[in-house]
Ligand binder design. Structure first.
Ligand SMILES: [Ca+2]
Ligand SMILES: [Ca+2]
Length: 426
């Protein structure tokens, strides 16, 4: 009997531990959307003329150091059906759920976020002027703007005073007019609007990924627990434990049931991140987020206070993507909506119209206690002309642009069998 009690208690412990992968939603206020993950830009400033900006751009041209390799290669993301969204949303108001089966056709996706160096090539060739440059301002995080520049700031976001509109902040000056990208050419370009990102992708012979494509690439063939055990989504472990307490004579059955569900899901429980559920598997950092107490303390445990090079951190899943979670938020094609149904869909492209565009992946400003959106299911939005110091993008394409044939590290065949998928899980 003692052994039986031990097994029962062990099962309860294991199941309770497993619940931690749901995320501690109680620490994250779903109403904090406007406060932490971005802010809408009031684009009512007068635009500079293109000529004026081209002259400024020429003056401020930044050479690309010769030791910075190209980071424009693309990965092949094979056709597949995956679970988009979740039935256990941390922020229900964001439209993180419900979970639904979505089939995405095969496509190519940039392995990296678009870097300053890559964007510099685009601007040098096209003389393109970003919207932040045209409007003359963009949003920065107060912590990294110089005192000199902050003296002239008269506005902030009431609900998020650390967001400040800075005149002269743009992709060449990420933290205000007295900052530079000279030493961070391999970091992701920021202060690019959705409209800017579309222009870059067109120039590169690519396009922005749909939200479904982004999430497919993020989840990397890892399965949701409801894939392996559909009953789970209706009978959560916490509920099962309550049945056991009330069941009395059903204890033996419950023990067997709990053990069965645990072992069935041990290799594929819930999927918060591209690599699995642990934020720092094996004690290592796999992404660039905020460590410390936001916004007052940034311990940079992952090595970076703000952006990191687009090549930094391990490939985040079997597809080989880097920083698809963390570093900077990334624009997608889709217009924003929050009402979804569980109906399976094929290659969804979002609503036809809208006011905001979807961004995915979270940024270096995200913390679990604040804007816990560095998860594959998480999503947020901004108007297409918005820009900020933590918002960038990467491109997708239906076919591989011919100029990439020689340098692309395409994964023509992705390991699909379950054994290999399990090996990749952490
Ligand atoms: Ca960091
Ligand atoms: Ca990212």
């Amino acid at each position: 009997m003692e052994k039986l009690v031990c097994v029962f208690l062990l099962s309860l412990f294991l199941c309770t531990s497993c619940e931690t992968c749901d995320g501690d939603s109680s620490q994250c206020d779903g109403d904090s959307k406007e406060e932490g993950c971005g802010c809408k830009v009031n684009r009512d400033s007068t635009k500079y003329s293109s000529n004026e900006h081209n002259e400024k751009a020429d003056e401020q041209h930044v050479n690309i150091p010769s030791d910075i390799p190209r980071t424009n290669e693309m990965l092949f993301i094979e056709r597949g059906t995956f679970t988009m969204g979740t039935d256990e949303p941390v922020f229900p108001v964001d439209g993180e759920g419900p979970a639904r089966k979505v089939t995405v056709y095969g496509f190519y996706l940039d392995k990296h976020e678009v870097s300053n160096a890559e964007f510099q090539r685009f601007v040098a060739e096209t003389k393109y002027v970003t919207e932040a440059e045209s409007f003359g301002n963009s949003f920065c995080l107060e912590n990294y703007v110089s005192e000199e520049v902050l003296k002239n700031v008269t506005q902030s976001v009431a609900a998020a005073p650390w967001w400040v509109p800075i005149n002269g902040a743009d992709w060449r000056h990420p933290n205000g007019p007295d900052s530079s990208i000279k030493d961070i050419m391999d970091h992701p370009v920021v202060h690019v609007s959705w409209n800017d990102a579309v222009k870059y992708c067109e120039w590169a012979g690519k396009r922005l990924p749909t939200e479904a494509e982004f999430e497919r690439a993020c989840k990397g063939n890892l399965k949701s627990r409801s894939d392996n055990f559909p009953l789970y989504k209706y009978k959560r472990k916490r509920e099962i434990i309550m049945y056991c307490v009330w069941g009395g004579g059903m204890i033996v059955f419950c023990i067997l049931f709990l053990m069965f569900t645990f072992f069935l899901n041990i290799a594929s429980t819930c999927r918060l991140f591209p690599w699995g559920n642990k934020e720092e598997p094996k004690g290592k950092h796999w992404m660039n987020i905020w460590h410390g107490k936001f916004p007052s303390e940034n311990t940079a445990d992952d090595g970076y206070h703000t952006t990191a090079p687009v090549t930094e951190f391990p490939e985040q899943n079997i597809f080989g993507v880097k920083n698809i979670i963390g570093n900077v938020w990334e624009w997608t094609q889709d217009w924003w909506e929050t009402k979804f149904t569980p109906t399976p869909k094929k290659n969804p492209k979002g609503p036809r119209f809208g006011t905001d565009k979807v961004k995915k992946g979270g940024s270096y400003m995200c913390h679990k206690n604040y804007c816990y959106r560095y998860r594959c299911d998480a999503r947020s939005q901004n108007t297409p002309d918005s820009s900020a110091v933590n918002l960038g993008f990467r491109c997708a394409s239906d076919t591989l642009p011919s100029y990439l044939n020689d340098i692309n590290l395409v994964q023509e065949e992705v390991l699909l069998d379950e054994d290999n998928i399990v090996k990749e899980e952490l």
